[in-house]
Design a protein around this ligand. Structure first.
Ligand code: HEC
Ligand code: HEC
Ligand code: HEC
Ligand code: HEC
Ligand code: HEC
Length: 457
């Protein structure tokens, strides 16, 4: 605990002990007449220290707070960067998250009759668009009663309407009392919106019409274009919720059915990500407990009674083989996503946080794809030339902030049209790359998305 917090804690304890009845000994003297008889001693109040100590002790809050420093929820910088943005706040700030939960803000899109375009309703308000994540992001009852019901009670475990489909589909991970729903309320994809209407993209329509053009580069103003490719045309980073629930991809018909692995119904995020949470010595490296990391810790696979034998990073059937299979499928799909020898997917070898623009998924494919598109963007992707040896694509919507040279250079690059098959395959690639685990989260669903996408190209 920070020094500031300890001194504040002592202050509160002091205030509470002084107002407790045991402090009251005698009534004050009256103005006139004899002093009255001494009042009866009140019954002893509960020592404030005792209820505080239930949580504030070296093995509970104090220890968990230390584990939490290892969590990206704590050290990540997005809460600072996105402060004040009401659209980002539901997932990137403590107060924004608590606001959308408390006010049951719907995941819908609504038609604005002035602009005649749809807008996303899933947002916080400006006065609640801030706050680094802390304990009360997930445990919003802390200090509500100072009693044992305050912890580990969770902010929400309700089923999660998916914002990417305007709330029309709902994820509900039932294992462990629905506790995973807390995680996937934030760890869900962001919507792809339709270029013409601003409404959510119709994934079923894309999957059913693979040869139709999603974007025609020779008719940029076409009223049938549903998207314009850009460097950041993506589903954001919360891929895991959708992959885990087995319901976030563009489900092209194909040889494999869209089923989920047993994890979806039998295991919770907590089972694998918060293992052995007794103390710091129980953490495996920097994983487990309130670090929320699974990477580097496979002790949970059989600790929870799920797999009968221990799984290690050398196990073939349940670790090396399935991951190698997904890795190969990602690579095959990337190879098919080329036009005229130029790769559509962007490469980014940077794993050095200090340089910024880190590719969190660099180790998952040999070519170090990051899920973005190899479309010219000198502002957001200044290293495009060094990273993409096969060249790059023309940006159909140059920014007014580009220099004249940049605008001229853009016109020298080849144009990029996209069929629905290519568009859907790109979205599926992003989901399957950014779920991080190379299929461990939901092997069947990941394999089906990649295999059927490859067959469509
Ligand atoms: C149910 C568990 C629980 C109980 C009971 C409890 N606390 Fe806390 N308290 C917490 C948690 C969790 C935090 C956040 C710790 C952190 O952020 O590292 C906290 C934080 C604090 C802080 C720092 C607040 C801040 O703004 O940073 C103070 C001071 C504090 N508690 C005082 C008390 C006092 C005094 C009592 C008893 C009257 C008490 N707490 C009882 C769980 C509890
Ligand atoms: C309020 C939204 C929210 C909730 C609830 C939430 N997360 Fe997160 N989580 C995030 C965000 C945002 C990040 C990235 C933070 C950053 O980069 O600043 C993150 C990061 C992580 C990371 C690190 C990922 C990396 O890039 O290394 C893990 C692991 C994780 N969360 C797991 C969980 C689990 C498990 C739960 C449920 C117990 C959970 N999260 C609940 C929003 C949330
Ligand atoms: C539906 C929830 C959600 C919304 C809304 C959302 N994000 Fe995120 N964002 C996440 C999650 C979850 C992660 C972390 C995923 C992980 O690391 O596993 C994340 C990660 C990030 C990161 C860190 C990426 C990295 O490489 O480390 C940035 C930057 C970011 N978001 C920006 C934004 C901005 C800007 C907005 C608003 C325009 C926004 N996000 C809206 C859920 C959301
Ligand atoms: C990202 C969400 C999240 C955040 C942030 C978070 N917790 Fe938790 N916490 C959980 C979940 C989920 C559980 C339930 C674990 C289980 O059921 O095994 C839990 C369980 C607990 C428990 C009871 C189990 C145990 O390990 O003793 C305590 C106490 C606790 N948290 C304290 C804290 C404190 C203190 C902080 C801040 C330093 C904090 N939590 C931050 C999600 C969170
Ligand atoms: C069956 C175990 C299992 C379950 C259940 C599980 N994960 Fe994971 N997760 C993993 C493994 C293993 C990795 C790391 C893979 C690696 O080592 O590269 C991982 C990686 C991640 C990462 C990247 C950072 C990290 O911890 O390495 C995030 C974020 C994440 N999972 C979120 C979630 C969320 C949210 C849920 C619940 C919807 C969930 N996971 C459920 C096993 C699991």
């Amino acid at each position: 605990m920070k020094l500031k917090n300890i001194s504040r804690l002592l202050f509160y304890a002091f205030v509470i002990m002084c107002i407790a009845p045991s402090c009251v000994k005698e009534g004050p003297a009256g103005l006139t007449g004899d002093t009255g008889p001494a009042g009866k001693d009140g019954t002893n109040g509960v020592d404030a220290n005792q209820t505080c100590k239930m949580c504030h002790n070296p093995t509970k809050v104090d220890l968990i707070a230390v584990q939490y420093e290892f969590s990206k929820h704590s050290y990540g910088e997005a809460a600072f960067e996105e402060a004040g943005n009401t659209g980002c706040a539901p997932c990137h700030s403590q107060e924004g998250f608590k606001y959308v939960v408390a006010n049951k803000v719907p995941a819908t899109f609504t038609l604005n009759t002035t602009t005649n375009r749809y807008a996303n309703d899933y947002a916080s308000i400006a006065s609640a668009a801030y706050g680094e994540y802390g304990c009360s992001t997930c445990h919003n009852s802390i200090h509500a009663t100072y009693g044992s019901s305050d912890l580990p009670s969770l902010t929400t475990v309700a089923p999660v309407p998916m914002n990417m489909w305007g709330g029309k589909k709902i994820m509900d991970l039932k294992a462990d009392g629905g506790k995973s729903n807390l995680c996937i309320k934030c760890h869900q994809p962001r919507p792809q919106t339709n270029l013409q209407t601003g409404n959510v993209q119709d994934y079923d329509g894309i999957a059913a019409n693979p040869t139709v053009l999603a974007y025609d580069a020779n008719d940029n103003g076409s009223k049938t274009n549903i998207v314009r490719p850009s460097y950041r045309m993506h589903v954001h980073y919360g891929a895991i919720g959708a992959i885990y629930a087995g319901m976030g991809g563009v489900e092209f018909a194909g040889s494999l059915p869209y089923t989920s692995s047993k994890h979806t119904t039998e295991a919770s995020c907590i089972d694998c990500h918060m293992g052995a949470k007794g103390g710091l010595s129980d953490l495996v490296g920097r994983s487990g407990g309130h670090t929320f990391f699974a990477k580097g810790n496979l002790t949970t696979c059989n600790a929870t009674g799920c797999h009968s034998t221990a799984i290690t990073s050398a196990s073939t059937t349940l670790w090396l083989n399935p991951r190698a299979e997904i890795k190969t499928l990602l690579t095959t799909l990337a190879t098919k996503l080329t036009v005229g020898g130029v790769e559509i997917l962007n490469r980014n070898p940077n794993t050095n946080e200090a340089l910024g623009g880190v590719n969190l998924w660099a180790s998952l494919t040999a070519n170090k794809y990051d899920g973005y598109l190899n479309v010219y963007d000198p502002i957001n992707n200044p290293n495009f030339a060094a990273n993409n040896p096969s060249g790059t694509f023309q940006n159909p919507a140059p920014s007014s902030s580009w220099t004249a040279e940049q605008k001229a250079l853009n016109l020298t690059f080849p144009k990029l049209s996209l069929t629905n098959a290519q568009y859907g395959a790109i979205l599926n690639f992003q989901l399957c790359l950014r779920e991080y685990s190379l299929g461990i989260h939901n092997f069947n669903y990941t394999k089906a998305l990649l295999t059927n996408s490859i067959a469509k190209l």
